[in-house]
Design a protein around this ligand. Structure first.
Ligand SMILES: Cc1ncc(COP(=O)(O)O)c(C=O)c1O
Length: 465
């Protein structure tokens, strides 16, 4: 990423990007009208996070105003339709008990409750509905997928991933390797950024594949890197690995789904897993999912459960497993209905917004505006020192709706507290990274302007102390 501010233009405005009116104007032109469908925590609540053990201070004039919430990459906000959907489902449970499994007032009996969510999610993944299953949680799904796709032999046993992957992914890989009685030192190939670089390049990934292709069983990367916000070229990684004879390529899409458009089927990705509580806004710990390419219909799940049995004969209870078509056979248990309907309701918001392409288009502009304001409000040549952070996220298109700021002096915990006091929520990773994510479904351009303004005030106040 360059460190000089890029110009940020729109056609029809007289204001300059540095003025708040410019941001308000951009909001009025935005095709997204979904902000009002979300509950945005108020400032008082966010302020209280800065001093959890102290009594509330006198109410400030703007305490009931919405906070500046920029942590959608960690936990997406509550879509109001989710509340309604949950309430309806609880009513059905109360009124019908077990009958709700097969007879339901909203025509989605619990036995096939995940069908709607699967169909709504597929356009975001670029998958066939039959390649998509709604199930479990991210880390356990990674394990389940590896139990089917990772079958090491003396010739092919390596896993290529990145160094600095989300810890759960690394733990999953280490435990999978150990489960097969192998030594991670011989098996795990971890690609690191080149010296002086902030992120890994496609060339480095290709070099690792070149070097280890003949012994590699699986290539597995995060589609969007959780800490830097880098979007990996999933199409090229998949094509290259397969061209070199690697049998399977998979992705962790925790930070990708709902953030950037995906084409998993067309890219020939073999398998993928994600969670739904970030950009999909399906709620804390919400139900996750998997993608298994139809070309892998003969890959046998390493573990089986009754919910993977074909739906039509599941209740015949023969005890002889007949797998559901497609990704459905990887399911183990009947899914949590409240989780599934929450996901379904949150996915309907994407549909109402015009789909992931529209969300992405607005997201690109929001992120570019955030970048522009950060670089112009914190100029390098500012009197009294240099910019206190560097942006480690790559330039568009290799980023989603997240900029990661590496704070040169560290101390992000204290910064986070100060931001809380201003009614701002960001996502910090000790010791020095602040992740700022403008989520297009509910963050406005005015939010972005207000955020950078608040950050500037906080940094300036700290300098004076
Ligand atoms: C990239 C990535 N992988 C794995 C996980 C772990 O997810 P879970 O706790 O839902 O298994 C997360 C959680 O944030 C993540 O960001």
């Amino acid at each position: 990423m360059t460190d000089s501010p890029t110009a940020f233009f729109t056609a029809s405005t007289h204001e300059r990007p540095s003025e708040r009116a410019y941001a308000v104007n951009l909001d009025s032109q935005s095709p997204l009208k979904t902000r009002s469908l979300f509950q945005i925590p108020d400032r008082a609540t966010v302020r209280s996070a800065a001093r959890p053990t102290q009594p509330p201070h006198p109410t400030l004039a703007d305490d009931t105003e919405p906070s500046l919430y920029f942590a959608g990459n960690s936990l997406g906000l509550l879509p109001l339709p989710v509340q309604t959907a949950l309430h309806t489902e609880l009513q059905t449970w109360g009124q019908r008990g077990v009958l709700g499994h097969f007879s339901h007032p909203s025509h989605h009996p619990w036995v096939t409750v995940d069908d709607n969510a699967r169909h709504l999610l597929s356009p975001l993944l670029g998958s066939l509905p039959s390649e998509t299953a709604i199930m479990g949680s991210l880390t356990s799904n990674i394990h389940l997928l590896f139990a089917g796709f990772y079958k090491p032999t003396p010739q092919r046993f390596k896993i290529i991933m990145e160094k600095g992957a989300f810890p759960s992914d690394r733990y999953a890989m280490l435990s999978q390797i150990e489960h097969h009685g192998l030594n991670p030192v011989d098996v795990l190939v971890e690609v690191t950024p080149a010296p002086g670089e902030k992120t890994i390049s496609l060339d480095q990934i290709k070099r690792a594949i070149d070097h280890h292709a003949n012994e590699t069983a699986v290539v597995f990367f995060g589609g969007v890197q959780y800490l830097t916000g880098q979007v990996l070229d999933m199409a090229s990684i998949t094509a290259y690995a397969k061209h070199k004879g690697v049998p399977y390529v998979g992705f962790d899409l925790a930070h990708a789904v709902g953030n950037i458009p995906l084409e998993l089927h067309a890219w020939n990705v073999d398998f993928a897993a994600w969670c739904s509580y970030k950009y999909l806004n399906a709620g804390p710990g919400g139900i996750a999912g998997i993608f298994v390419h139809e070309a892998n219909k003969d890959v046998t799940p390493g573990f089986r459960g009754w919910w993977g049995h074909e739906t039509g004969t599941r209740f015949e209870m023969t005890g002889e497993f007949v797998g559901e078509e497609g990704a459905g056979k990887w399911r183990l248990s009947n899914p949590s209905v409240v989780d599934v309907v929450a996901l379904e309701a949150s996915l309907r918001v994407f549909k109402e917004a015009g789909g992931i392409q529209t969300v992405r288009e607005v997201g690109k502009r929001l992120t570019a505006y955030l970048e522009h304001l950060l670089l112009t409000r914190f100029p390098v040549e500012e009197e009294g020192g240099e910019r206190p952070f560097e942006i480690v996220t790559p330039e568009a298109p290799w980023r989603g709706q997240q900029l990661s700021l590496r704070w040169k002096e560290g101390g992000v915990e204290e910064l986070e507290k100060r931001l809380f006091r201003e009614g701002v929520v960001v996502d910090t990773r000790r010791p020095d990274v602040v992740r700022v994510s403008p989520a297009p479904l509910y963050n406005s351009f005015a939010d972005v302007w207000d955020f950078v303004d608040a950050l500037k005030k906080v940094v300036d106040a700290e300098k004076k102390q």
